[in-house]
Design a protein around this ligand. Sequence first.
Ligand SMILES: [Zn+2]
Length: 390
Amino acid sequence: MSHNDKVVECLQQLVALPSVNPEHTRDPEIANEFRVAEFLAEYLSGKGFQIEWDRATPERPNLIASYGPAAPVRTLLLEAHTDTVGVEGMVISPFDPRIENGRLHGRGSCDTKGPMAAALCALTPERLERLAQAGVRILFVGAFGEEKGNLGAERLVEQGVGADAAIILEPTDLNVVHAHKGALWVELTLSGELAHSSEPTKGLNAINAMADLLGWLQTRIAADCERHGDAALGSPTLNVGRIEGGMAINIVPHHCRVEIDRRIVPGESPDDFLQPLEQQLEQMKLEGRIRAYTLKIIKAGMPFITDPAAPLVCQLRQAIESSGRPAEVTTAAWYSDAGAFGMTCKEVVVFGPGSIAQAHTKDEYIDIEELIAGQQVLEQFLDAFAEPTS
Ligand SMILES: [Zn+2]
């Protein structure tokens, strides 16, 4: 079997193991991440890695595999999430990894089992030994629950899992992503008072109150955009993605709920958004425009930013260029586990073969040539990482 066939076969094995995020399916046959985590454990222990488990539940483990000296000169963390999104509406067989026209199809082939396979196959015994000789300890992390709240990565970061340098494996078209915004998701519910619609003044209309609040939020985000902004990442953003409320056309609604996605730039904290919002809600309560409110944080994902001149970025850029490709150092509009690992790792980038345009799609695939190139870039990078730094 040639070098290249191995990464294709490895990816086929990974795609054939369903690992749908349980928030994205009700089918127990395909839900949860344990099958992929067990594959990783077997694969990596076969290469001499030590395996550690961190289990949120038996079906949803984090895997931490390590190789190299216990007292390392440097540590390098390679991380891939083990979950995929759901399979509803797919027009291909999600777990039957078929190859057609140079593309490998299947759920997760691009996001993020392709980048995962490229990294696994780059970790050959000889390369691992060279890295260990150079005092480098490698941590390979398989984290559950990225597709809904980055749960696994956040658990690991709370436990202090970190490194000097980290590559978060995601499809970036083989570009180096050195920064992305944070994602703060909140659910906000306003309570009013029921009444018959023929006498609206006898009730307290929660939908009207929400309309006022949404207007206030728009003014607020415009001000936040003027105050905060990042040269690389641009302005913060706000999106009200869901709204529900009311019972019937002839009832004054006593309840209205929205879900808000507020993207945070470096220099902002979740409290910069939440505190003024709470003050405004208290004010509305005081003025009798609502009876009560609840504000629930679904996720508070931090932004991450690594200096584009940092050694990790430069080494990865050189590895891409030496594989004969143009190396773009860029930012991303999406969110990833890099937000969490930015808290415990000195330098973090997101990198991998495959295009984000193919992630989560009804016919998800990865270009095989790019998959192989991804492995080659990671090999070059790891060899450079094993060189002593001056
Ligand atoms: Zn992903």
